[in-house]
Design a protein around this ligand. Structure first.
Ligand code: NAP
Ligand code: ZN
Length: 362
């Protein structure tokens, strides 16, 4: 298969910094859309992957799955896009398209497994997939999304992961006017969860360790903030929420939040991947018919539904635009929960790439 070379940013090892490198992209097949990447959001999953937090990272790792750009080429079988259109790509670039999940627009739960935008198995070139910290990406049409024309493009990028990852549980658990929703953690996912739940008509509360974020949470649409380290505030939250979306990236005690659910309420984990520690106490679950659930990103149709909803409701992410050369510093700030509330890389900076930011010491 014919390929071409593009500039990218990635890392060769878990302990390494992200640095300039070159990767190969396939030339567009008849089903493909080739996109010039304009902006790429920075998700905590990018950091987890670059640093091999989950195991299984293949190197070099080029993260990035909140991609917006402009169509540069289309294969002759492409019908939804033409050269010059805005286009977006999220966390998946392929799936089997045949299994029960795929047939129900749940490509994220593809039974043989979806192809991640990065660190997936590249069906075309062999090896693994490379994400959006690059000049261009080539993706089969089904996995390319339409971008509403009225939204700020850089601030739209985070909708492709942070947005849809919180939208999907809000829709699955049928959040509507009058629902009581809580969000744990005010970062990229958390701030989108607040905006989207509010736009669906819910009453929204934030659980946070960071009292200094309270003002922002209220401005984003939360009606209340509960400081999760304050036992009195936590005790007062008993029995209040139909749905809690937990975005915390690292192991934590979810038992602290279960009493805050209503009878039949659900806490859905979207952040931490791995065994719980401490273990889950079943007593409040059994005695209150409460559910502990998980959810991963969203399907392609659901992602388009979210983008269209955001277009109609003028919803975008709160962002800090950075240059690709600042990515290592951005990761360190993300680890300190010092993001207001999503970094987005202006990919024009990759074109002028010279060297890694010399001021940053890992
Ligand atoms: P983020 O921007 O870093 O936000 C995470 C927030 O969680 C922080 O701002 C902080 O909020 C809180 N937090 C961080 N560390 C914590 C700790 N040790 N204990 C308690 N709270 C902590 O991250 P993100 O991009 O939103 O991603 C969140 C998680 O979701 C990551 O693990 C990411 O890999 C995962 N993710 C999952 C999916 C999916 O499909 N399920 C999709 C995308 C991302 P406060 O300061 O308010 O406490
Ligand atoms: Zn993500």
């Amino acid at each position: 298969m014919e390929t071409f070379e593009v500039k990218a940013y990635g890392t060769h090892a878990a302990a390494g910094l992200l640095e300039p490198l070159h990767i190969e992209r396939r030339k567009a097949t008849p089903q493909d859309v080739e996109i010039d990447i304009l902006y790429c959001g920075v998700c905590h999953s990018d950091l987890h992957t670059a640093r091999n937090d989950w195991g299984g990272t293949r190197y070099p790792a080029v993260p990035g799955h909140e991609i917006v750009g402009r169509v540069a080429k289309v294969g002759r079988g492409v019908t939804k896009f033409k050269v010059g259109d805005l286009a977006a790509v999220g966390c998946m670039v392929d799936s089997c398209r045949e299994c029960l999940s795929c047939r129900h627009d749940l490509e994220q739960y593809c039974i043989p497994g979806n192809t991640g935008t990065y660190n997936g198995r590249d069906k075309h070139l062999g090896g693994h997939t490379f994400g959006g910290y690059s000049e261009k990406i080539v993706v089969t049409e089904h996995f390319v999304l339409k971008v509403p024309a009225n939204l700020d493009l850089a601030a739209t990028a985070p909708l492709l992961c942070a947005g849809v990852t919180t939208w999907s549980p809000l829709r699955h658990w049928k959040v509507k006017k009058g629902s009581h929703v809580a969000v744990i953690g005010l970062g990229g996912l958390g701030h989108m969860a607040i905006k989207l739940a509010k736009a669906l008509g819910a009453d929204v509360t934030l659980f946070s360790r960071s009292p200094e974020k309270e003002k922002d949470a209220l401005a984003l649409g939360a009606g209340q903030v509960i400081i999760s380290t304050d036992q009195k505030q936590m005790a007062e939250a008993k029995g209040k929420f139909d749905l809690i979306i937990d975005t915390i990236p690292y192991v934590h005690d979810i038992n602290l939040y279960i009493p805050a659910l209503t009878v039949s309420g659900t806490i859905v984990l979207v952040g931490y991947l791995g065994p719980l520690d401490p273990m889950l106490n079943t007593v409040p679950m059994i005695l209150g018919r409460k559910s502990v659930a998980g959810s991963v990103i969203g399907g392609i149709a659901e992602t388009q539904e979210l983008l269209d909803f955001c277009g109609e409701h003028h919803i975008v992410s709160e962002i800090e635009v950075i240059k690709i050369q600042d990515i290592n510093e951005a990761y360190e700030r993300m680890l300190k929960s010092d993001v207001r509330y999503r970094f987005v890389i202006d990919m024009a900076s990759l074109k002028n790439e010279n060297a890694i930011n010399p001021d940053f010491i890992h």
